[in-house]
Ligand binder design. Structure first.
Ligand SMILES: CC(C)(COP(=O)(O)OP(=O)(O)OC[C@H]1O[C@@H](n2cnc3c(N)ncnc32)[C@H](O)[C@@H]1OP(=O)(O)O)[C@@H](O)C(=O)NCCC(=O)NCCS
Ligand SMILES: [Zn+2]
Length: 257
């Protein structure tokens, strides 16, 4: 099977990259999710069905899972809902759309989120083993999900950054600025929204939720949220969300290595 996608490394477009070749005969390409697979092979068909559904519509997510975050009309005031003894989601349980923080001590939530991230990493051609910072009990990192109509349709994982990893990147040519040591706080490890829900502001709302809720009691400045090797669409999102115009006229994106 193969998935057409953009790459995480340097944002260069990949025409096609093979994950696994089942059969060279009788391959078909799904026009909706971009996967190439062999319909005559049961494993291939099943893998395609799972990938297709996730890629387009996200993954089923029970409404009792996760710690709810209050979504307000003003982007920059998302806050965790106060703990509720009757409902884990507090006041948000009745809403169709909500943002939740994955509880790292709840195995089912962690497992399902890792499953979502597997699909994301396949699309991004990114490593599948970068979850430690959010999925262990008492981790300093976080995973946030955007849940809409009982499906997790967007995901964002955030890590805390050490100063030596932080860099400015020039947006237009993706080059790293030498000789400057910026100090960013949060690293955007993965951000993804399922295909049918893109361009509705979901990624921006996830970023705002993370900005206000990753470090308890502290809201991080937008420019202190750094990107890890942004893809083409990630770079565009970054340029809208927290690109900084340098006096040279060049747009800078906070990044980390
Ligand atoms: C990148 C991604 C997460 C954006 O999600 P989204 O929910 O569609 O983003 P938003 O709707 O919040 O977009 C916010 C702004 O960024 C812009 N933007 C986001 N993605 C864009 C794209 N691919 N092309 C052009 N502009 C884009 C939007 O136009 C919007 O600006 P506006 O408010 O002025 O209209 C989504 O396209 C995605 O999942 N892509 C595949 C995974 C990926 O590449 N992730 C990035 C890894 S670094
Ligand atoms: Zn498909």
């Amino acid at each position: 099977m193969a998935v057409k996608s953009s790459r995480k490394d340097g944002g260069k477009r990949l025409v096609q990259s093979r994950l696994q070749i089942s059969s060279r005969d009788n391959l078909t390409e799904c026009t909706k999710c971009g996967m190439t697979y062999s319909p005559s092979i049961i494993d291939d068909t099943t893998t395609h069905k799972n990938y297709h559904e996730m890629h387009l519509k996200g993954k089923k997510w029970p409404n009792t899972w996760g710690l709810g975050i209050l979504l307000t009309s003003s982007n920059d005031s998302s806050r965790l809902t106060p703990p509720s003894s009757s409902s884990k989601m507090g006041a948000l349980s009745a809403r169709d759309e909500r943002i939740i923080m994955v509880r790292s001590d709840h195995q089912a939530e962690v497992r399902t989120t890792i499953h979502i991230l597997d699909i994301v990493n396949s699309e991004l051609h990114a490593p599948h083993n970068e979850n430690e910072f959010w999925c262990r009990p008492n981790s300093s990192g976080r995973a946030f999900l955007y849940v809409k109509e009982d499906r997790a349709v967007g995901v964002l994982t955030i890590e805390l950054l050490k100063p030596e990893r932080c860099r400015w990147m020039i947006y237009e040519d993706r080059s790293i600025v030498d000789g400057v040591e910026p100090r960013f706080i949060l690293g955007i490890s993965r951000i993804w929204v399922c295909r049918t829900q893109r361009n509705k502001g979901i990624a921006t709302r996830l970023l705002e939720a993370a900005r206000c809720n990753t470090i308890y009691g502290k809201t991080i400045e937008k420019w202190a949220m750094a990107w890890s090797q942004p893809t083409d669409s990630g770079g565009k999102l970054a340029s809208h969300y927290n690109g900084v115009m340098h006096k040279s006229g060049k747009l800078l994106i906070p990044c980390y290595i």
